[in-house]
Design a protein around this ligand. Sequence first.
Ligand SMILES: [Zn+2]
Length: 160
Amino acid sequence: MSDDVITSGAVNNRPIPIETIREAVDIVVFSHGPATVEAPEPQCDYPKLCGEHCTYPRYARNGEPTGLVGKVLIQLGFPLKLLLDLDREHEMSELLHPGVKIGRSRNAALIRLGPKGIALLTFFQENQKSGKSWGNLSREAFGPKKLLRRRDMKRRPWRY
Ligand SMILES: [Zn+2]
């Protein structure tokens, strides 16, 4: 049996290489089309905190992964339950509104992504609703560097 098969009940703690995360991004972007532009989050249950559009991350909606980050997590083999847990998690010191940024989550399952994977998904999370297409975001994440190496390493640690 391949060790890629997760037997029921076993917790998979193996780190996911950044190349695998990049492949998952490519698959998600290709299958949805690189021109995909994410719509702003609709009004949430906390209009006084968010106004017209929700400003908190959302990973699943109606039982489906939502957004580039949610879809990449599912593509990587994480269960939908992780997304639901992230949607319910509160950021440290946030009492009212659930929904945690991927880099601030205390969910142990995310350790597998490593600091580079988290940095990459944080980049997508911060930009996925900016009106840029997923193809453009993926090019910004993995394309040739436009900055000096030292600055690029700071901005895109997942490339090094
Ligand atoms: Zn909200």
